[in-house]
Write a protein that binds this ligand. Structure first.
Ligand code: NAP
Length: 307
């Protein structure tokens, strides 16, 4: 079994930053990433609130800059999925693909994924009109009418991106007040292609071989309306990607990892950073901050082992 001082699990902004800091500390290090480096930034068209990019930066470009920065350093890379973690006294084990790796310290940066709503038709029509990624699938709906579900920053920002491609967007949110930032909401409100359906929920996604419409209920009037759309984009928040994590790691009621301010979990030598962590603000900027904090604390922990 290969053994390292530190293993970083996940190659999003938190993981890439943690790996960068640890690589610069010259510890023996491996980074495990399931897909390409960048995590959820790869699914984001434009990031307008990451400092240093006054004109905004495309998600893939920021991911590429992060990855190229890390490429300057010496570390092992594993391009496979983590399926199990076993914590131990002083040494933790991680199953990556078919191989087990061991490390004195782990930084879990496995992020979050878009929440499924469990609507009738959602699972059946996934990839046939139902999507959770505007950047990946938006092009399929050029010139067509679509629905977007959600009222957070993702729903608003992705609606702005989709509005450049499609004919009309029905933006459906279950409350009359939006969770997303006011400045993004304002941009949506003046966009002639975006029609707001406040205090409304989708009850069913209709279609046989592909999406043909959604049944929407107005929660105030109880009126039900069928909207003819060929695509449904769902941005209803995120869920932790941590099925592989052991039950002894403390999680909040939604399954996100609980840490202290140094990103320490309740298990000695195990840290967490980024969207997998229980916290209020999930941004690229906070993921980067978490990654730097976790790596610094992990390095300090390694020093105590060598003392
Ligand atoms: P979010 O902020 O949690 O918003 C999720 C939205 O989905 C909420 O409006 C919520 O409604 C709605 N929702 C949840 N469950 C639902 C259900 N069962 N049926 C109908 N609607 C449902 O999630 P997000 O927009 O994906 O953002 C995730 C995190 O990333 C947030 O911290 C966000 O700020 C951050 N983010 C930031 C940016 C940016 O700053 N540029 C861009 C994207 C994402 P309620 O409001 O009624 O709860």
């Amino acid at each position: 079994m290969k053994e390292y001082d530190a293993l970083v699990l996940g190659g999003g902004p938190a993981g890439l930053t943690a790996a960068l800091y640890l690589a610069r500390s010259e510890v023996s290090l491996a980074l495990v990433e399931k897909l390409s480096p960048g995590g959820q930034t790869l699914m984001t068209h434009m990031i307008e609130n990451y400092p240093g990019f006054p004109e905004g930066v495309e998600g893939w470009r920021l991911a590429d800059l992060f990855a190229r920065h890390l490429d300057k350093y010496d570390l092992a890379r594993y391009g496979d999925e983590v399926s199990a973690v076993e914590t131990g006294e002083g040494l933790h084990k991680v199953k990556v693909g078919q191989e087990w790796l061991a490390a004195k310290t782990l930084i879990v940066c496995s992020g979050a994924q878009y929440r499924r709503l469990g609507l009738p038709g959602e699972k059946e029509l996934l990839g046939r009109g139902v999507s959770y990624c505007a950047l990946c699938d938006g092009n399929f709906f050029k010139g067509q009418d679509i629905a977007v579900i959600g009222g957070g920053n993702s729903a608003l920002e992705e609606s702005l991106y989709l509005a450049k491609l499609v004919n009309k967007i029905h933006l459906i949110h279950r409350r009359d007040v939006f969770r997303g930032q006011k400045c993004i909401q304002n941009k949506c409100e003046i966009n002639p292609k975006i029609v707001f359906h406040r205090s409304s929920v989708v009850k069913r996604i209709a279609g046989d071989k592909a999406v043909e419409g959604v049944l929407v209920e107005n929660l105030t009037t109880k009126e039900e309306t069928r909207l003819d759309v060929s695509g449904v984009f769902i941005f209803a928040g995120t869920e932790p990607q941590g099925d592989f994590l052991p039950k002894e790691l403390e999680k909040d009621s939604a399954g996100f990892l609980v840490t202290d301010l140094e990103m320490r979990t309740n298990i000695k030598g195990v840290f967490a950073a980024g969207d997998i962590r229980s916290k209020a603000c999930r941004q690229v900027a906070t993921a980067v901050g978490d990654g730097a904090t976790a790596a610094t604390a992990a390095h300090a922990y390694l020093e105590t082992l060598h003392a």
